[in-house]
Design a protein around this ligand. Structure first.
Ligand SMILES: Nc1ncnc2c1ncn2[C@@H]1O[C@H](COP(=O)(O)OP(=O)(O)O)[C@@H](O)[C@H]1O
Ligand SMILES: [Mg+2]
Length: 380
Protein backbone atom coordinates (compact mmCIF):
# COMPACT_ATOMS: atom_id res chain seq x y z
CA UNK A 1 0.00 0.00 0.00
CA UNK A 2 1.12 3.52 -0.67
CA UNK A 3 0.91 6.36 1.76
CA UNK A 4 0.01 9.94 0.94
CA UNK A 5 2.88 12.42 0.83
CA UNK A 6 1.11 14.96 3.01
CA UNK A 7 -1.06 13.32 5.59
CA UNK A 8 -3.55 15.72 7.14
CA UNK A 9 -2.78 16.96 10.66
CA UNK A 10 -4.26 14.78 13.35
CA UNK A 11 -7.88 15.66 13.94
CA UNK A 12 -8.14 17.87 10.85
CA UNK A 13 -11.37 17.31 8.99
CA UNK A 14 -10.81 16.34 5.40
CA UNK A 15 -13.62 17.69 3.28
CA UNK A 16 -14.44 15.94 0.03
CA UNK A 17 -14.52 18.21 -3.02
CA UNK A 18 -17.92 19.98 -3.09
CA UNK A 19 -19.07 18.23 -6.25
CA UNK A 20 -18.64 14.92 -4.49
CA UNK A 21 -21.15 15.56 -1.75
CA UNK A 22 -24.17 13.41 -2.27
CA UNK A 23 -27.48 14.63 -1.05
CA UNK A 24 -30.09 11.96 -1.23
CA UNK A 25 -32.79 14.39 -2.33
CA UNK A 26 -30.79 15.18 -5.45
CA UNK A 27 -31.51 11.86 -7.04
CA UNK A 28 -35.01 10.73 -7.88
CA UNK A 29 -35.46 7.73 -10.10
CA UNK A 30 -38.41 7.14 -12.37
CA UNK A 31 -39.37 4.26 -10.05
CA UNK A 32 -39.53 6.54 -7.07
CA UNK A 33 -41.37 9.27 -8.97
CA UNK A 34 -44.01 6.73 -9.97
CA UNK A 35 -44.14 4.92 -6.66
CA UNK A 36 -43.05 1.59 -8.16
CA UNK A 37 -41.57 -0.48 -5.37
CA UNK A 38 -40.16 -3.70 -6.77
CA UNK A 39 -36.41 -3.60 -7.29
CA UNK A 40 -35.54 -5.61 -10.34
CA UNK A 41 -33.14 -2.88 -11.35
CA UNK A 42 -30.24 -3.92 -9.15
CA UNK A 43 -27.94 -5.77 -11.50
CA UNK A 44 -24.76 -7.64 -10.79
CA UNK A 45 -22.28 -7.72 -13.69
CA UNK A 46 -20.52 -11.04 -13.28
CA UNK A 47 -17.95 -13.37 -14.76
CA UNK A 48 -15.47 -15.37 -12.76
CA UNK A 49 -12.50 -14.45 -14.89
CA UNK A 50 -10.25 -11.40 -14.76
CA UNK A 51 -10.22 -9.31 -17.92
CA UNK A 52 -13.62 -10.56 -19.10
CA UNK A 53 -14.95 -7.02 -19.45
CA UNK A 54 -17.05 -6.56 -16.28
CA UNK A 55 -15.68 -3.13 -15.43
CA UNK A 56 -15.67 -2.12 -19.09
CA UNK A 57 -19.33 -3.06 -19.54
CA UNK A 58 -20.28 -1.36 -16.27
CA UNK A 59 -18.68 1.89 -17.43
CA UNK A 60 -20.15 1.64 -20.92
CA UNK A 61 -23.63 1.07 -19.54
CA UNK A 62 -23.31 4.00 -17.14
CA UNK A 63 -22.29 6.22 -20.05
CA UNK A 64 -25.29 5.12 -22.13
CA UNK A 65 -27.78 5.38 -19.26
CA UNK A 66 -26.89 8.88 -18.17
CA UNK A 67 -27.05 10.06 -21.80
CA UNK A 68 -30.56 8.55 -21.78
CA UNK A 69 -31.17 10.91 -18.85
CA UNK A 70 -31.35 8.14 -16.22
CA UNK A 71 -29.61 8.02 -12.85
CA UNK A 72 -27.22 5.16 -12.25
CA UNK A 73 -25.50 3.96 -9.12
CA UNK A 74 -22.32 1.94 -9.51
CA UNK A 75 -21.19 -0.22 -6.64
CA UNK A 76 -17.59 -1.28 -7.02
CA UNK A 77 -17.27 -4.70 -5.42
CA UNK A 78 -13.82 -5.44 -6.78
CA UNK A 79 -10.74 -4.79 -4.59
CA UNK A 80 -8.97 -3.61 -7.74
CA UNK A 81 -11.28 -0.63 -7.96
CA UNK A 82 -11.26 -0.41 -11.76
CA UNK A 83 -14.76 1.04 -11.92
CA UNK A 84 -13.55 3.84 -9.61
CA UNK A 85 -10.45 4.51 -11.67
CA UNK A 86 -12.53 4.53 -14.84
CA UNK A 87 -14.73 7.21 -13.29
CA UNK A 88 -11.70 9.24 -12.23
CA UNK A 89 -12.25 8.56 -8.55
CA UNK A 90 -9.53 6.25 -7.29
CA UNK A 91 -9.63 5.79 -3.52
CA UNK A 92 -6.53 7.35 -1.95
CA UNK A 93 -4.96 6.15 1.25
CA UNK A 94 -4.06 8.67 3.94
CA UNK A 95 -1.84 8.08 6.94
CA UNK A 96 -3.31 8.08 10.42
CA UNK A 97 -1.38 7.83 13.64
CA UNK A 98 -1.50 4.59 15.52
CA UNK A 99 -2.95 5.00 19.02
CA UNK A 100 0.16 3.48 20.52
CA UNK A 101 3.62 3.10 19.13
CA UNK A 102 5.15 5.07 16.33
CA UNK A 103 3.91 3.22 13.30
CA UNK A 104 1.50 4.89 10.92
CA UNK A 105 -1.64 3.26 9.71
CA UNK A 106 -3.59 4.00 6.60
CA UNK A 107 -7.21 4.56 5.89
CA UNK A 108 -9.15 5.37 2.75
CA UNK A 109 -9.94 9.03 2.08
CA UNK A 110 -13.66 8.33 1.63
CA UNK A 111 -16.25 5.85 2.81
CA UNK A 112 -16.18 2.75 0.66
CA UNK A 113 -18.15 -0.40 0.14
CA UNK A 114 -16.10 -1.87 3.00
CA UNK A 115 -17.60 0.53 5.55
CA UNK A 116 -21.03 -0.12 4.05
CA UNK A 117 -20.69 -3.90 4.43
CA UNK A 118 -19.11 -3.63 7.87
CA UNK A 119 -22.02 -1.55 9.08
CA UNK A 120 -24.65 -3.64 7.35
CA UNK A 121 -27.34 -1.25 8.62
CA UNK A 122 -30.47 -0.63 6.60
CA UNK A 123 -30.12 2.40 4.33
CA UNK A 124 -26.48 3.05 5.18
CA UNK A 125 -25.40 2.69 1.52
CA UNK A 126 -26.64 6.26 0.96
CA UNK A 127 -23.84 7.55 3.18
CA UNK A 128 -21.04 6.16 1.02
CA UNK A 129 -22.25 7.39 -2.36
CA UNK A 130 -20.03 9.83 -4.23
CA UNK A 131 -21.62 11.85 -6.98
CA UNK A 132 -19.32 11.78 -9.97
CA UNK A 133 -18.79 15.18 -11.46
CA UNK A 134 -19.45 14.56 -15.14
CA UNK A 135 -19.13 18.22 -16.12
CA UNK A 136 -15.62 17.67 -17.48
CA UNK A 137 -16.75 14.73 -19.52
CA UNK A 138 -18.02 16.43 -22.62
CA UNK A 139 -21.70 15.87 -22.40
CA UNK A 140 -22.47 19.15 -24.16
CA UNK A 141 -26.20 19.56 -23.55
CA UNK A 142 -26.70 21.15 -26.96
CA UNK A 143 -24.87 18.40 -28.87
CA UNK A 144 -26.93 15.82 -30.70
CA UNK A 145 -26.94 12.35 -29.14
CA UNK A 146 -24.82 10.76 -31.87
CA UNK A 147 -22.12 13.38 -31.12
CA UNK A 148 -22.06 12.63 -27.39
CA UNK A 149 -24.96 14.74 -26.15
CA UNK A 150 -28.10 13.69 -24.27
CA UNK A 151 -30.95 11.73 -25.86
CA UNK A 152 -33.58 13.94 -24.28
CA UNK A 153 -32.83 17.66 -24.57
CA UNK A 154 -30.66 18.92 -21.73
CA UNK A 155 -31.16 15.78 -19.65
CA UNK A 156 -27.97 14.10 -18.44
CA UNK A 157 -28.49 11.66 -15.60
CA UNK A 158 -26.35 11.35 -12.49
CA UNK A 159 -23.71 8.76 -11.67
CA UNK A 160 -23.31 7.75 -8.06
CA UNK A 161 -20.41 5.58 -6.98
CA UNK A 162 -19.78 3.49 -3.92
CA UNK A 163 -16.03 3.03 -4.23
CA UNK A 164 -13.75 0.16 -3.40
CA UNK A 165 -10.07 -0.43 -2.82
CA UNK A 166 -7.61 -3.19 -1.97
CA UNK A 167 -8.85 -3.55 1.61
CA UNK A 168 -11.95 -5.34 0.30
CA UNK A 169 -9.76 -8.34 -0.45
CA UNK A 170 -9.35 -9.22 3.23
CA UNK A 171 -12.89 -8.52 4.36
CA UNK A 172 -14.58 -11.87 3.60
CA UNK A 173 -12.31 -13.82 5.94
CA UNK A 174 -14.44 -12.69 8.86
CA UNK A 175 -17.85 -13.37 7.30
CA UNK A 176 -20.31 -15.73 8.90
CA UNK A 177 -23.15 -17.12 6.76
CA UNK A 178 -25.55 -14.31 7.71
CA UNK A 179 -22.98 -11.66 6.77
CA UNK A 180 -23.53 -12.34 3.09
CA UNK A 181 -26.71 -10.27 3.28
CA UNK A 182 -25.05 -7.12 4.50
CA UNK A 183 -24.75 -5.26 1.21
CA UNK A 184 -28.33 -6.23 0.36
CA UNK A 185 -29.63 -4.84 3.65
CA UNK A 186 -27.89 -1.52 3.23
CA UNK A 187 -29.39 -1.06 -0.23
CA UNK A 188 -32.86 -2.56 -0.12
CA UNK A 189 -34.04 -1.54 3.33
CA UNK A 190 -34.81 2.06 4.33
CA UNK A 191 -32.86 3.73 7.12
CA UNK A 192 -36.16 4.48 8.87
CA UNK A 193 -39.45 2.67 8.67
CA UNK A 194 -41.41 4.08 5.76
CA UNK A 195 -38.28 5.73 4.27
CA UNK A 196 -36.79 5.25 0.82
CA UNK A 197 -34.26 2.42 0.41
CA UNK A 198 -31.07 3.71 -1.27
CA UNK A 199 -31.46 1.46 -4.32
CA UNK A 200 -34.81 3.02 -5.04
CA UNK A 201 -33.50 6.47 -5.87
CA UNK A 202 -31.60 5.15 -8.88
CA UNK A 203 -33.03 3.98 -12.20
CA UNK A 204 -30.36 1.31 -12.45
CA UNK A 205 -27.90 0.01 -9.86
CA UNK A 206 -24.89 -1.80 -11.34
CA UNK A 207 -22.62 -3.90 -9.17
CA UNK A 208 -19.19 -4.41 -10.71
CA UNK A 209 -17.97 -7.67 -9.24
CA UNK A 210 -14.71 -9.44 -8.47
CA UNK A 211 -13.83 -13.05 -9.20
CA UNK A 212 -13.37 -14.02 -5.53
CA UNK A 213 -16.17 -16.35 -4.52
CA UNK A 214 -17.29 -14.70 -1.29
CA UNK A 215 -17.41 -11.27 -2.91
CA UNK A 216 -19.41 -12.78 -5.76
CA UNK A 217 -21.93 -14.22 -3.32
CA UNK A 218 -22.27 -10.91 -1.41
CA UNK A 219 -22.79 -9.08 -4.74
CA UNK A 220 -25.32 -11.59 -6.05
CA UNK A 221 -27.27 -11.49 -2.79
CA UNK A 222 -27.71 -7.74 -3.22
CA UNK A 223 -28.84 -8.03 -6.86
CA UNK A 224 -32.11 -9.07 -8.45
CA UNK A 225 -30.69 -9.64 -11.91
CA UNK A 226 -27.34 -10.77 -13.23
CA UNK A 227 -25.68 -9.85 -16.50
CA UNK A 228 -22.81 -11.97 -17.77
CA UNK A 229 -20.04 -10.59 -19.94
CA UNK A 230 -17.03 -12.41 -21.28
CA UNK A 231 -14.59 -12.53 -24.15
CA UNK A 232 -14.85 -15.06 -26.94
CA UNK A 233 -11.67 -16.88 -25.97
CA UNK A 234 -11.28 -20.35 -24.53
CA UNK A 235 -10.81 -19.23 -20.91
CA UNK A 236 -13.53 -16.62 -21.31
CA UNK A 237 -16.03 -19.25 -22.44
CA UNK A 238 -14.95 -21.74 -19.76
CA UNK A 239 -15.82 -19.15 -17.12
CA UNK A 240 -19.50 -19.06 -18.20
CA UNK A 241 -20.68 -22.35 -16.62
CA UNK A 242 -18.40 -21.69 -13.67
CA UNK A 243 -20.10 -18.37 -13.01
CA UNK A 244 -23.54 -19.91 -13.47
CA UNK A 245 -22.66 -22.52 -10.87
CA UNK A 246 -21.91 -19.71 -8.39
CA UNK A 247 -25.29 -18.11 -9.14
CA UNK A 248 -26.99 -21.46 -8.57
CA UNK A 249 -25.19 -21.79 -5.29
CA UNK A 250 -26.51 -18.40 -4.27
CA UNK A 251 -30.01 -19.61 -5.16
CA UNK A 252 -29.84 -22.94 -3.42
CA UNK A 253 -27.52 -22.44 -0.48
CA UNK A 254 -27.80 -18.74 0.23
CA UNK A 255 -31.58 -18.58 -0.04
CA UNK A 256 -31.79 -16.07 -2.85
CA UNK A 257 -33.97 -17.99 -5.25
CA UNK A 258 -35.43 -15.00 -7.08
CA UNK A 259 -32.15 -14.06 -8.72
CA UNK A 260 -32.26 -14.23 -12.49
CA UNK A 261 -29.42 -14.29 -15.03
CA UNK A 262 -30.95 -12.11 -17.70
CA UNK A 263 -28.28 -12.51 -20.34
CA UNK A 264 -24.74 -12.89 -21.60
CA UNK A 265 -22.94 -10.43 -23.88
CA UNK A 266 -19.62 -10.84 -25.63
CA UNK A 267 -16.81 -8.37 -25.15
CA UNK A 268 -13.67 -7.50 -27.10
CA UNK A 269 -15.10 -9.29 -30.09
CA UNK A 270 -13.46 -9.36 -33.52
CA UNK A 271 -15.77 -10.92 -36.12
CA UNK A 272 -12.79 -11.71 -38.35
CA UNK A 273 -11.30 -14.11 -35.79
CA UNK A 274 -12.46 -17.59 -36.70
CA UNK A 275 -11.86 -18.97 -33.19
CA UNK A 276 -14.07 -16.25 -31.72
CA UNK A 277 -16.83 -17.14 -34.18
CA UNK A 278 -16.47 -20.85 -33.44
CA UNK A 279 -16.52 -20.32 -29.66
CA UNK A 280 -19.63 -18.14 -29.73
CA UNK A 281 -21.35 -20.70 -31.97
CA UNK A 282 -20.43 -23.46 -29.48
CA UNK A 283 -21.83 -21.41 -26.63
CA UNK A 284 -25.10 -20.87 -28.52
CA UNK A 285 -25.24 -24.61 -29.12
CA UNK A 286 -24.63 -25.44 -25.44
CA UNK A 287 -27.43 -23.06 -24.46
CA UNK A 288 -29.83 -24.47 -27.06
CA UNK A 289 -29.05 -28.02 -25.93
CA UNK A 290 -29.82 -26.97 -22.34
CA UNK A 291 -26.44 -28.17 -21.11
CA UNK A 292 -25.81 -27.91 -17.40
CA UNK A 293 -24.91 -24.37 -16.31
CA UNK A 294 -25.52 -22.99 -19.78
CA UNK A 295 -28.92 -21.45 -19.08
CA UNK A 296 -27.87 -17.81 -19.51
CA UNK A 297 -29.70 -16.43 -22.55
CA UNK A 298 -27.12 -15.23 -25.06
CA UNK A 299 -27.93 -11.70 -26.18
CA UNK A 300 -27.01 -10.89 -29.77
CA UNK A 301 -24.57 -8.17 -28.79
CA UNK A 302 -20.83 -8.12 -29.22
CA UNK A 303 -18.85 -5.19 -27.87
CA UNK A 304 -16.11 -4.74 -30.47
CA UNK A 305 -12.46 -4.91 -29.57
CA UNK A 306 -11.39 -1.29 -30.01
CA UNK A 307 -8.48 0.82 -28.82
CA UNK A 308 -10.94 3.60 -27.98
CA UNK A 309 -12.21 1.42 -25.11
CA UNK A 310 -8.83 1.25 -23.38
CA UNK A 311 -8.21 4.92 -24.27
CA UNK A 312 -11.36 5.81 -22.39
CA UNK A 313 -10.09 3.89 -19.34
CA UNK A 314 -6.69 5.58 -19.53
CA UNK A 315 -8.29 9.01 -19.71
CA UNK A 316 -11.06 8.28 -17.19
CA UNK A 317 -13.47 9.55 -19.81
CA UNK A 318 -16.55 7.85 -21.25
CA UNK A 319 -16.32 6.36 -24.73
CA UNK A 320 -19.05 8.78 -25.84
CA UNK A 321 -16.57 11.63 -25.28
CA UNK A 322 -14.90 10.40 -28.48
CA UNK A 323 -18.07 10.89 -30.53
CA UNK A 324 -17.40 14.57 -31.12
CA UNK A 325 -14.75 15.57 -33.59
CA UNK A 326 -12.23 12.96 -32.53
CA UNK A 327 -10.54 10.84 -35.20
CA UNK A 328 -11.75 7.90 -33.09
CA UNK A 329 -15.34 8.84 -33.78
CA UNK A 330 -16.00 5.82 -35.97
CA UNK A 331 -14.89 3.05 -33.57
CA UNK A 332 -16.44 5.01 -30.69
CA UNK A 333 -19.80 5.12 -32.46
CA UNK A 334 -19.75 1.35 -32.94
CA UNK A 335 -18.91 0.72 -29.29
CA UNK A 336 -21.49 3.25 -28.08
CA UNK A 337 -24.28 1.82 -30.23
CA UNK A 338 -23.70 -1.67 -28.83
CA UNK A 339 -23.57 -0.34 -25.27
CA UNK A 340 -26.79 1.60 -25.86
CA UNK A 341 -28.49 -1.48 -27.31
CA UNK A 342 -27.43 -3.52 -24.26
CA UNK A 343 -28.65 -0.76 -21.93
CA UNK A 344 -32.03 -0.67 -23.69
CA UNK A 345 -32.39 -4.44 -23.56
CA UNK A 346 -31.60 -4.23 -19.85
CA UNK A 347 -34.27 -1.54 -19.36
CA UNK A 348 -36.77 -3.83 -21.15
CA UNK A 349 -35.82 -6.74 -18.90
CA UNK A 350 -36.22 -4.79 -15.69
CA UNK A 351 -39.46 -3.24 -16.90
CA UNK A 352 -38.24 0.34 -16.65
CA UNK A 353 -41.17 2.69 -17.26
CA UNK A 354 -39.27 4.66 -19.93
CA UNK A 355 -37.82 1.67 -21.83
CA UNK A 356 -40.12 1.93 -24.87
CA UNK A 357 -39.97 5.70 -25.11
CA UNK A 358 -36.17 5.72 -24.90
CA UNK A 359 -35.80 3.04 -27.55
CA UNK A 360 -38.00 4.98 -29.96
CA UNK A 361 -36.02 8.18 -29.35
CA UNK A 362 -32.73 6.28 -29.75
CA UNK A 363 -33.69 4.94 -33.17
CA UNK A 364 -34.33 8.49 -34.32
CA UNK A 365 -31.13 9.80 -32.77
CA UNK A 366 -28.54 8.06 -34.93
CA UNK A 367 -28.33 9.24 -38.57
CA UNK A 368 -29.36 6.44 -40.89
CA UNK A 369 -25.99 6.15 -42.58
CA UNK A 370 -24.27 5.57 -39.24
CA UNK A 371 -26.69 2.98 -37.92
CA UNK A 372 -25.24 -0.48 -37.38
CA UNK A 373 -27.31 -3.65 -37.20
CA UNK A 374 -27.63 -3.44 -33.39
CA UNK A 375 -30.34 -0.80 -33.85
CA UNK A 376 -32.81 -3.55 -34.74
CA UNK A 377 -31.37 -6.51 -32.82
CA UNK A 378 -32.14 -8.05 -29.48
CA UNK A 379 -35.41 -6.39 -28.45
CA UNK A 380 -36.73 -8.33 -25.43
N1 LIG B 1 -13.89 -4.05 -25.98
C1 LIG B 1 -12.62 -3.82 -25.62
N2 LIG B 1 -11.72 -3.36 -26.50
C2 LIG B 1 -10.45 -3.13 -26.12
N3 LIG B 1 -9.97 -3.33 -24.89
C3 LIG B 1 -10.82 -3.80 -23.95
C4 LIG B 1 -12.18 -4.05 -24.26
N4 LIG B 1 -12.78 -4.51 -23.15
C5 LIG B 1 -11.85 -4.53 -22.18
N5 LIG B 1 -10.67 -4.10 -22.65
C6 LIG B 1 -9.44 -4.02 -21.85
O1 LIG B 1 -9.23 -5.27 -21.24
C7 LIG B 1 -8.87 -5.15 -19.89
C8 LIG B 1 -9.79 -5.94 -19.00
O2 LIG B 1 -11.13 -5.44 -19.03
P1 LIG B 1 -11.98 -5.25 -17.70
O3 LIG B 1 -13.24 -4.59 -18.07
O4 LIG B 1 -11.15 -4.56 -16.67
O5 LIG B 1 -12.25 -6.75 -17.25
P2 LIG B 1 -12.78 -7.29 -15.82
O6 LIG B 1 -13.44 -6.16 -15.12
O7 LIG B 1 -13.74 -8.39 -16.15
O8 LIG B 1 -11.58 -7.81 -15.09
C9 LIG B 1 -8.86 -3.67 -19.58
O9 LIG B 1 -7.53 -3.24 -19.57
C10 LIG B 1 -9.62 -3.03 -20.71
O10 LIG B 1 -9.11 -1.76 -21.03
MG1 LIG C 1 -13.08 -5.38 -13.21
Amino acid sequence: MTSTAHPPAAGAAVEPPPEMIYEVEQVVSEWMARGITDMKHVISVMMRKGGAGKSTLTLLLADALIRFGLNVLIIDMDPQGNACTGLGRKVLMRAVEARIGRSTLEEPDVNTVIEVIQSGEPGVADEAILLINTAGWQYPPDMPFHRGGPLRAGKIGKIGLIPSYKGLEDLPTSWKPTDFERLAQTLHLPAEPGGVPPAHRWDVVLIDTAIARALGVQSAKAAKKVLFVTNAEKFGVDAIPETMSLVEDVRDHYYHDDIDVMGLVWNAYSPRQTTARALTADAAQAHAAKQKHWDAPIWPFEIPKAIVVSDSHDMAAPVSAFLGTSEKREPASKVCQVAEAIALRMLDEIGHPLAGELRAAWRQAWPEKEQTDVMTKGVA
